[in-house]
Design a protein around this ligand. Structure first.
Ligand SMILES: Cc1cc2nc3c(=O)[nH]c(=O)nc-3n(C[C@H](O)[C@H](O)[C@H](O)COP(=O)(O)OP(=O)(O)OC[C@H]3O[C@@H](n4cnc5c(N)ncnc54)[C@H](O)[C@@H]3O)c2cc1C
Length: 293
């Protein structure tokens, strides 16, 4: 199937893109890597009147890890994160997450901003950014605002972005040195969207107890989900196998995964609990913040 007819614009500057989005409003759609939007257009599930192709806007392709912060431009390809020695050294959990996205051909085109703006609850990057407590910089002709991940993700495939707004940057604090990490998921075939997953970050205090814990769940509900109760239960406790098991059970208490032909809601809940336990255990093993009992 071919897409419905549309007008095509390819601005070279952010301001030009913002002017186009301001002028066309709901008629317009941003085209980044096209890995989600183009199939939707081909199936005529999306019928934008105007495509604003941002691929020529070089200012949006950036990656910086400095002063304890990671900043990624919206047009940065997923593959760039995968090949970055800085990411491998300083934020290996991001590398682990990115490698689980589709196939290398998709990651070569797919962008960080596209994945975030598409807001698929089974997508790896939104889950990872929830674990990192990321914020998103959004611009329009009306100005600029920062939106935290909890406000940004509203529902499946729905974000807080207004039709005239462009996502320009993702920013998050880097985990403390020695923080343990794991990003685990299960998909029926390599490259498929996962049926469930978990991202864990654990930082140990010198006495071996958890100083801080972050557990974000993938495909657990309508948006990326932080298992706040499980995190609270871990802080101040040694992350031994019993603690990880109890935290994983707490993590899935409030979730409502959607069942479909690939797996019932009950199966997915069980899967996410198992993956949470394994992710917490792996993160505890990788943490070097203190001695563990
Ligand atoms: C076969 C296949 C398998 C895949 N598997 C996975 C997977 O396992 N995990 C996963 O996470 N993803 C997967 N994807 C999707 C892939 O990661 C996409 O790249 C991503 O979801 C969208 O990024 P994009 O740059 O291609 O965005 P596009 O497809 O260009 O855009 C997606 C949406 O975001 C909007 N948008 C894009 N950029 C911006 C911006 N800067 N500001 C505002 N709005 C914007 C667009 O208007 C559109 O609505 C898969 C895709 C395919 C085709």
């Amino acid at each position: 199937v071919k897409p419905a007819a549309f007008e095509y614009e390819d601005p070279a500057e952010v301001d030009e893109a913002l002017a186009l989005l301001g002028r066309h409003g709901e008629e317009a759609k941003v085209l980044a890597g096209g890995q989600s939007l183009v199939p939707l257009m081909n199936f005529r599930l999306a019928r934008p009147g105007v495509l604003v192709d941002i691929n020529r806007i070089r200012a949006l392709d950036s990656l910086r890890l400095e002063d304890g912060t990671i900043s990624v431009g919206a047009l940065t390809r997923q593959a760039r994160l995968e090949r970055s020695p800085e990411i491998a050294a300083r934020l290996p959990v991001l590398l682990e997450a990115v490698r689980l996205i589709g196939h290398s051909q998709i990651r070569n085109r797919g962008t960080v901003g596209g994945s975030v703006a598409h807001a698929d609850p089974a997508a790896e990057l939104p889950t990872l950014f929830a674990a990192l407590d990321a914020s998103f910089r959004v611009r329009s002709q009306r100005g600029e605002r920062w939106v935290g991940w909890r406000e940004f993700f509203v529902a499946p495939f729905v974000t807080a972005l207004e039709p005239d707004e462009l996502l320009v940057e993702v920013r998050a604090s880097l985990p403390a040195e020695g923080c343990g990490w794991a990003f685990l998921e299960f998909a029926r075939r390599h490259g498929d969207f996962a049926l469930g997953g978990a991202c864990a970050l654990l930082h140990l205090a010198p006495d071996g107890t958890c100083g801080s814990a972050s557990l974000a769940l993938l495909a657990a509900g309508p948006t990326p989900y932080r298992a706040d109760a499980a995190e609270r239960a871990l802080v101040g406790r040694a992350p031994d196998s019993r603690a990880c098991q109890e935290a994983a059970a707490l993590a899935v208490e409030g979730i409502s995964p959607t069942g479909d032909i690939h797996g019932s809601a009950e199966y997915r809940k069980h899967l996410i609990q198992t993956l949470s336990r394994r992710a917490l255990t792996a993160a505890a093993e990788r943490a070097t913040g203190g001695s563990r009992s």
